[in-house]
Design a binder for this molecule. Structure first.
Ligand code: HXC
Length: 257
């Protein structure tokens, strides 16, 4: 049987996915990434699941792509493997994904966290794009996503020096949604996921898609898209239920219809 690199636990309507290569600080090899992508796509299609949490362990979320797997590769090997193209499938997951980060969150690990929709950082979290120290550059979106989040001048310094930065700095730069004590980082992420899972699943997915549109399009196009998505929600039972519940001063019960 293949190694189980992704552990999955479903708590109510929240799925917790744990990266499981602790001996190598969850270095992201190709089999792990394949298992992760397949698991996320399966959960994305499971109506019982409304939100996902992606985590590692206290010591490491992930210390990057597996250096040993790629150290001897040629350009042709890398081009043929083309494993980074598969990461785009994470970007297409429609349900929200919250990264719960403790310890090292480096290189591909930081890029993986940035594929998620929110980042809950433990006080112990250490972020960084240290690829420059091993003669390469970020390859799974780090140059683009980090620059969009923290701006050109801070991204340049971080990517060109490869220095690590802590949870507080990540929060101040807008990379982390929240910083929480290390003892409770996973509980905090799960509790946030549960809060989101109580909302209308259609509205949540539309909201995620529309916020992501802000990073892909000019303002006028994004506003147009938002307006259409807003109107579309009036075709759902959840919109009727949500507004009726407000008027009846009760909690809405959403079905995802
Ligand atoms: C393979 C890794 C690894 C990695 C750690 N390990 N990071 N193996 N790939 N990225 C392994 C080590 O070889 C070691 O295995 C074990 O994990 C424990 O690591 P140590 O180095 O002994 O731990 P420590 O001294 O605490 O140092 C922690 C560390 C250091 C500072 C995080 O491990 C480190 O610098 N790792 C590499 C970080 C990095 O450069 N990441 C970017 C990778 S490139 P053994 O068998 O020796 O005990 C990248 C490109 C992205 O991510 C492109 C797109 C995906």
């Amino acid at each position: 049987m293949a190694d189980q690199y992704i552990l999955t636990e479903v708590e109510g309507s929240v799925a917790v996915l744990t990266l499981n290569r602790p001996d190598v600080l969850n270095a992201l090899n190709i089999p792990l990434m394949d298992q992760l992508i397949e698991t996320m796509e399966r959960l994305d299609g499971d109506p019982a699941v409304r939100c996902m949490v992606l985590t590692g362990n206290r010591k490491a979320f992930a210390a990057g792509a597996d250096i040993k797997e790629m150290a001897e590769a040629s350009v042709v090997d890398m081009y043929e493997r083309n494993n980074l193209a598969r990461w785009q499938r994470i970007q297409r997951v429609r349900k929200p994904i919250i990264a719960a980060v403790s310890g090292f969150c480096l290189g591909g690990g930081c890029e993986l966290a940035m594929h998620c929709d929110m980042i809950i950082a433990a006080e112990s979290a250490q972020f960084g794009q240290p690829e420059i120290n091993i003669g390469v550059i970020p390859g799974a979106g780090g140059t683009q996503r980090l620059s969009k989040v923290v701006g050109k001048y801070r991204a340049m310094e971080l990517i060109l020096t490869g220095r690590f930065f802590g949870a507080k700095e990540a929060y101040e730069m807008g990379l982390a949604t929240r910083v929480v004590p290390t003892e409770v980082y996973l509980e905090e992420a799960v509790s946030l996921a549960k809060e989101i899972a109580e909302r209308s699943p259609m509205a949540v997915r539309f909201a995620k898609e529309t916020v992501l549109k802000a990073f892909e399009s000019p303002l006028s196009e994004g506003l147009d898209y938002e307006r259409k998505m807003f109107y579309m929600l009036f075709g759902t039972e959840d919109q009727k239920e949500g507004m009726k519940a407000f008027m009846e001063k009760r909690k809405a019960e959403y079905t995802g219809k």
